[in-house]
Design a protein around this ligand. Structure first.
Ligand code: TAP
Length: 499
């Protein structure tokens, strides 16, 4: 197995424009035009309907992880700015938004949804530039799903009394919302759309490495004529998130991010009476039985762990494969990985983009090295990585035991740990042998087995013969170290109502 540097690992994962040795044909480069986005050199905070500098005047750079080049300077919110944003949200809540009939709130949400669709190319390109994810994913998943969340919740805004929460459910007030960098626009939509539909106002803190699409969403809200203060965006570091969640003017805290920070927030919020939902990390099992259609299962495994470079909370990072078919499944998986295309996120043929930050790349390297050191066998398809930017090849570990760090800890990168099982009971025991409980996948022809497993798997979401499927109508969330509360569907709406 390869133990050289990531960039030296050689093989047939294809760089853009390379010729496949075996097939003898090539993909021509198909870059999406970066010119569909006009980047400003500086971005301000969005408070009370206007963009402006931080009180301290401080800025931080956001970089393109595929090139390490700075994209823009962004205002860094401090306590004073968070205070101003919460005050603006409070005034908008009391004066306008909580009094507005649901039919009118719906009009704004529909407008935002349609503007997201109209400006979808701009959003997709900006997301890929700032995050490093392939344009195919930002264009076909992140942006359409974000719009779908606004459409879905627009539909609820005037029907809250029919949602099963009593005759006149009330909003909570000001929501302080903190989101991570893996799906920056989509996580913003998951938070903002239900909050606004239910009549709350928002202060949103995007992740430091991916602030740009949240600011473009703010611009869309301005364009939609959303009353000032209903949505505020305070870009900045973790300290801005900490100031927001502990601000006494916030009634509801919604956090998506790591389990470690989630625990800190839970401590900060304890005893304050604030409502809290936590969407945290995961270490999901993707379970393949011997009767599963191999080709479909392999696609599901690839989608489960290599979608979005594995920066997915519900990623199927542990493959549990039935022993009798392990060799066949792994053989097909290796063949499939050998033709994935890694490279320029803006190229429409790219399957695997850049790792979001140097810090995340270091974490992935550290855990992968630990996997090797602990005795698991590491494999990556031959792969030459770009010289600049943050890159990691798709990686599969076999011979993994349950005690290995790579089987226990969230890697949040394109790294799959493979374990085997013999019986359904053993699959359940291994799948549940994690402190997390966010998601799981099951691949089998038998419907009865799917139901049997779904009852026993301790995960908030169980996908059967598919993986990473999301729908605004379907509640998503976990339990144990994966957090609590649901986003999406009627359950997600309930998290923003005083019920
Ligand atoms: P975190 O480091 O936890 O950061 C998440 C957000 O919290 C960022 O905006 C961060 O700001 C902010 N933050 C940092 N310290 C804070 C503090 N003390 N108080 C309040 N806010 C603080 O996570 P991440 O690395 O961005 O995201 C990856 C993690 O998110 C993974 O564990 C993943 O599983 C989880 N995730 C979960 C879900 C669901 S739905 N369960 C979805 C996506 C991601 P900075 O960016 O400035 O540090």
């Amino acid at each position: 197995m390869d133990s050289g540097s990531d960039a030296e690992r050689t093989g047939t994962v294809l760089m853009q424009g390379q010729v496949t040795g075996q097939a003898g044909w090539d993909y021509a480069p198909a870059p999406e035009a970066a010119s569909s986005v006009t980047l400003a050199s500086e971005y301000g905070l969005f408070i009370n309907g206007e963009f402006g500098p931080a009180a301290s005047g401080r800025l931080f750079p956001t970089v393109n992880p595929a090139t390490e080049e700075p994209l823009a300077q962004v205002a860094e919110a401090g306590e004073e700015d968070v205070d101003r944003a919460v005050a603006a949200a409070r005034a908008a809540y009391a004066g306008v938004w909580s009094r507005m009939p649901g039919t009118e709130r719906a009009v704004y949400l529909y407008r935002i949804a349609r503007l997201l669709q109209e400006r979808s190319r701009e959003f997709a390109v900006l997301e890929s530039l700032d995050n490093g994810k392939p344009i195919r994913e930002s264009r076909d998943v992140d942006v359409p799903l974000a719009a779908a969340h606004f459409f879905y919740h627009a539909g609820w805004a005037d029907k809250l009394e029919h949602a099963g929460f009593g005759p006149s459910p009330r909003p909570l007030g000001v929501a302080g919302q903190v989101i991570p960098w893996n799906f920056p626009l989509l996580m913003a939509a998951w938070k903002v759309a239900p909050a606004l539909a239910a009549g709350n106002t928002c202060v949103l803190k995007p992740a430091e490495t991916t602030p740009l699409t949240a600011l473009l969403l703010a611009e869309v809200c301005q364009q939609a004529g959303l009353p000032p203060g209903v949505l505020n965006v305070t870009t900045g570091a973790g300290s801005a998130g900490a100031a927001l969640v502990s601000h006494p003017g916030v009634d509801k805290v919604a956090f998506t991010g790591s389990t470690e920070v989630g625990k800190e927030i839970q401590r900060a919020v304890a005893g304050t009476g604030k409502r809290l939902t936590l969407e945290l990390g995961g270490k999901a099992a993707n379970i393949v039985f011997d009767d599963a259609p191999v080709e479909a299962a392999v696609e599901g495994i690839v989608n489960g762990i290599f979608f979005n470079q594995g920066h997915v909370c519900c990623a199927g990072s542990r493959l549990l494969v039935q022993e009798s078919v392990a060799d066949a499944v792994l053989g097909r998986l290796r063949d499939r990985l050998a033709v994935l295309r890694l490279g320029d996120p803006l190229d429409k043929n790219t399957d695997i983009g850049a790792i979001n930050s140097r810090q995340q790349l270091d974490k992935i390297r550290e855990l992968s090295d630990a996997g090797e050191a602990e005795g698991a066998e590491r494999w990556s398809p031959p792969c030459r990585l770009p010289d600049r930017g943050f890159w990691f090849p798709p990686t599969v570990f076999t011979g993994v035991s349950q005690s290995h760090r790579i089987a226990r800890e969230e890697i949040f990168g394109p790294v799959l740990s493979v374990l085997t099982f013999r019986t359904p009971a053993e699959a359940v025991a291994k799948a549940n042998n994690t402190p997390y409980g966010l998601s799981a996948g099951v691949w089998t022809e038998k419907g009865s087995r799917i139901l049997w497993l779904a009852q026993r798997l301790r995960a908030g979401v169980v996908w059967a013969n598919t993986y990473n499927r999301f729908d605004p109508a379907s509640p998503f969330g976990g339990y144990r170290e994966s957090g609590f509360g649901r986003e999406g569907g009627r359950h997600g709406l309930g998290a923003y109502l005083d019920v």
